[in-house]
Write a protein that binds this ligand. Structure first.
Ligand SMILES: [Zn+2]
Length: 257
């Protein structure tokens, strides 16, 4: 059994067939899907989906690229959901992004810190989106680690280098891989994956984006997480069953499932 630790099931591309998508996921051996909001609306929808489908749990947050468009009251709604909705297992997604550069960086940092503070206050983990901002993310996490000790969080859809991964591991984080790690050109990323200890490894789809080989180019969906698990098994030289066993145990530990 596998856990897809990062999905965006509120996306328009799932509007017509979400029940069938989740049935296929269950058939493929996915026992849980974490659906993460990226802004107020999608956080509300993620909670709704989690309440509707037993396979799904939710995370709520305002993603760095959405932070510039946040309206008054949006953050308060995210806080309310995190505080009161029993199926919200994490805060996020949050993080820093220098690639899209849609939100001034100082605003991104302010939101990132808010999410971290909220997660700590509620005793929940948080989920980090990091794109071309590895040094900044490590700096913020280091400040958190120095004050409060091991950081209960995951670097989602990891795309950084080994030094970044090692810094995150040292601070207690989990490292999660999405479809990108299966792409022929991603040899560097496979080298990093190889070095992540089995007890810190997670797997995800980040659907509907970036479907793994061999379904690349299609709409991604939770059932496709099996392809990424197979690749991780190859990269680490262990069986798929071992990858499934460890990543599922890790997800349950991180998200208290
Ligand atoms: Zn995401």
């Amino acid at each position: 059994m596998l856990i897809d630790t990062h999905a965006h099931l509120f996306d328009d591309r799932f509007r017509d067939d979400l029940p069938a998508v989740l049935a296929r996921a269950a058939e493929a051996g996915v026992e849980r899907v974490v659906c993460l909001g990226i802004d107020r609306e999608s956080s509300v929808e993620s909670v709704w989906i989690a309440n509707e489908f037993p396979l799904v749990v939710a995370a709520v947050g305002i993603q760095p690229n959405s932070a510039a468009e946040a309206r008054p009251g949006d953050w308060e709604e995210v806080v309310r959901l995190a505080e009161t909705e029993p199926r919200v297992v994490a805060v996020g997604e949050t993080g820093l992004d220098r690639y899209w550069d849609k939100t001034p960086f100082a605003v991104q940092e302010e939101y990132f810190t808010r999410h971290i503070d909220l997660a700590r206050r509620l005793g929940k983990p948080f989920v980090i989106h990091c794109r071309e901002a590895e040094a900044d993310v490590v700096r913020v996490l280091r400040a958190e680690f120095d004050r409060f000790g091991p950081v209960r969080a995951v670097m989602h859809s990891f795309s950084g280098d080994l030094a970044t991964a090692l810094a995150c591991l040292e601070m207690g984080l989990f490292v999660s891989f999405a479809g990108m790690v299966t792409y022929p050109k991603a040899q560097n990323l496979r080298e990093v994956a190889k070095e992540i200890p089995l007890d810190r490894l997670l797997v995800e789809t980040d659907c509907p984006y970036l479907a793994p080989q061999p379904v690349r180019g299609r709409r991604n969906e939770p059932g496709f997480v099996t392809h990424t698990a197979e690749l991780l098994a190859q990269a680490k030289g262990v069986s798929v069953a071992e990858i499934a066993e460890h990543t599922t145990r890790n997800a349950k530990r991180l998200f208290a499932l």
